[in-house]
Write a new protein. Structure first.
Length: 286
């Protein structure tokens, strides 16, 4: 177990260092190309893993799903960095891909397997490019807090996971949802909630997010985000157990695949964006 923890910690530190490096590069250049490339690459890798995992339920157009999802993410990023009018192409891209997948189904005989594959394809596109795309919105929607907001999305997602993991390993006894994720314990749940509250307080006190998330509200925001992050982790665990696999891939020792790393980020990103938007609207009322 000690070796597993060391490997997991080392890989986690490398991932954080890579993200900090990209944000530093973007800050130095004054552009967000590093974040766009990162999100596009993670989308492609995550969709590939999702397609392989979900193919047990039916045929999935893996190559076209990866291409369409990566194109959606890249286009969203380019809309922020190059021309906002590019965002007008996002809906036609998603709808056009949906039509293409629907019509492709007409080439074969109807079957439950094909219907399940179609549903899994739609879920994959919604789950990773659409929800994950909110991470780009966090980075670019408000330039005054964009870098801090993007880093907060990553920090609250992975920091909560880390707090839950180590607290659960040290003190965990009672399982929370053993049928979905046997490793989740009540102690880990408490550790996740406390960790998320502390992370949010830190961002409120020592980053530009403090202009949007006042310190008195930070613990409450952190608690809400912990529930979101835990839900995101359980959602992916449900998918993996449904597909009878332990990890989405074996790319990263101690973590699994890319999807195992970004699962909570994908679910947390929209809620962070909506929470920041709500707090901005509430600010004049305070």
């Amino acid at each position: 177990m000690a070796d597993s923890v060391k490997v997991r910690t080392a890989i986690g530190a490398c991932l954080i260092a890579a993200i900090v490096g990209l944000l530093t590069l973007d800050n130095w250049t004054g552009h967000g190309w590093g974040v766009i490339v990162l999100c596009t690459a993670l989308t492609a890798a995550g969709l590939r893993e999702f397609a392989l995992m979900a193919s047990v339920v039916g045929p999935i157009p893996r190559r076209s799903l990866v291409v369409a999802g990566a194109a959606y993410t890249a286009l969203k990023g380019l809309g922020y960095e190059v021309d906002p009018r590019l965002h007008l192409l996002l809906a036609p891209l998603a709808v056009g891909y949906a039509y293409a997948v629907f019509f492709a189904c007409l080439r074969g005989a109807p079957s439950l397997e094909r219907l399940q594959g179609l549903a899994a394809t739609a879920l994959g596109f919604f789950y990773i490019p659409f929800l994950g795309g909110y991470a780009l919105e966090a980075r670019f929607a408000d330039p005054s807090v964009g870098q801090a907001a993007f880093f907060y999305v990553v920090a609250i997602a992975k920091g909560t996971d880390i707090c839950a993991y180590f607290t659960g390993k040290a003190l965990g006894r009672t399982k929370v949802v053993p049928s979905v994720s046997p490793g989740k314990t009540q102690a880990g749940f408490v550790g996740a909630v406390v960790g998320a509250a502390l992370i949010t307080c830190a961002f409120s006190a020592w980053s530009s997010l403090g202009t949007v998330i006042p310190l008195p509200l930070a613990p409450g925001v952190g608690i809400v985000m912990s529930l979101v992050v835990i839900s995101g982790d359980l959602i992916e665990s449900f998918m993996k157990r449904s597909a009878a696999v332990k990890d989405s891939a074996k790319l990263l020792p101690g973590y699994g695949g890319v999807l195992d790393v970004v699962d909570s980020v994908v679910i947390a990103a929209p809620v962070v964006v909506w929470t920041l938007a709500l707090l901005r609207r509430m600010a004049p009322l305070g």
